[in-house]
Design a protein around this ligand. Structure first.
Ligand SMILES: Nc1nc2c(ncn2[C@@H]2O[C@H](COP(=O)(O)OP(=O)(O)OP(=O)(O)O)[C@@H](O)[C@H]2O)c(=O)[nH]1
Ligand SMILES: [Mg+2]
Ligand SMILES: [Zn+2]
Length: 292
């Protein structure tokens, strides 16, 4: 039996898995399905010759962020993370449905969530400002930053210390730009893992973990269009909207689905303005996509 070493998965590349061990990076293969290994995983690996390695086992995870894949299956996005930072911007216009999906998934896990409005150098439309107030009222931290001007970066950098975080969100919102701004050490090879498309844009193709200079790890991840609800069920989706909690158990019917049901306390609260109608409307949209 080959000798086992421990390591940290820092990137999931097409041709293998980059594992950091004692300061070096080893390209590893795995006998398991590649998709089951995630960035942030602690693994045991063995040397398989010519500088390559083989992942033998994944150590127990303290958290796992999942996303849907084909055939109603889920696949891991990142493991052992403490907080998801959903990055969005005015341009491309922010997708609140996507934002709600991330929040719902975090509500149902041990991972906490925060919002990052990047490109704060651009004017903020009133409609977005109003939505953001709703999220803040719900207790979600909001960081307004600009990778371009540097606004808000010190505050964001401070919260990233001593924890493992991931930047997620739509493509083009500036996740990689922020990562680069937060990690002044340019030795990080962003371009080796992001491909330049024919439009000259550096679109991130693999989630990659970086060590922050002041402590803590940050994972930059590829942009997503539709995140989906991973394996959340109906009850978990309801739980995913934290402002619904006080109304649960107050609906007329115990099996209320909070859609068009008579005497639904959540719907009534949305209609009276006690909870945000746009959030409730997005809940209905997500609810509709679930298998009946
Ligand atoms: N005005 C402005 N533009 C920015 C800012 N941050 C990033 N950008 C621009 O936004 C575009 C996309 O930035 P990226 O960092 O590649 O975005 P991303 O979220 O990593 O995109 P994917 O990797 O495709 O998911 C680039 O043209 C950046 O120059 C900012 O603070 N202000
Ligand atoms: Mg990127
Ligand atoms: Zn109800």
């Amino acid at each position: 039996m080959a000798e086992l070493s421990s390591g940290l998965v820092i990137a999931h590349l097409g041709q293998g898995i980059a594992v950091e061990a004692q300061g070096a990076i080893v390209l590893c293969q795995t006998l398991r399905k590649l998709e089951t290994v995630a960035v942030g995983d602690q693994v045991l690996w063995s040397a398989s010759g010519s500088g390559l390695g083989r992942i033998e086992s994944i150590l127990p995870r303290r958290s796992l962020l999942l996303r849907p894949s084909r055939n109603n299956k889920v696949r891991p996005v990142a493991a052992n993370i403490d907080q998801v930072f959903v990055v969005f911007a005015v341009e491309p216009y922010c997708d609140f449905l996507l934002l709600d999906q991330y929040l719902a998934i975090c509500e149902n896990s041990t991972i906490s969530a925060a919002l990052v409005l990047n490109k704060a150098d651009l004017a903020l439309p009133e409609a977005i400002a109003t939505e953001l107030q709703h999220y803040q009222a719900l207790g979600y931290p909001l960081y307004q930053v600009s990778a371009k001007s540097g606004v808000g970066l010190a505050e964001l950098s401070a919260v990233l210390q001593q924890q493992v975080s991931i930047f997620t969100g739509q493509s083009g919102v500036g996740k990689s730009s922020l990562t680069n701004a937060l990690i002044p050490d340019k030795s990080i090879k962003t371009n080796t893992i992001s491909a330049t498309t024919k439009h000259g844009r550096h679109t991130t193709t693999a989630a990659t973990l970086y060590h922050l200079p002041q402590g803590g790890d940050l994972i930059d991840s590829p942009g997503v269009a539709i995140f989906g609800l991973a394996d959340l069920n109906e009850g978990e989706l309801v739980h995913g909207y934290r402002e619904f909690q006080p109304y649960l158990g107050q609906c007329r019917f115990h099996n209320c689905r909070h859609v068009k049901d008579m005497g639904c306390a959540i719907r009534t609260a949305a209609e009276s303005g006690a909870i945000s109608m746009p959030r409730y409307t997005r809940f209905l949209k997500l609810r509709e996509k679930m298998p009946a």
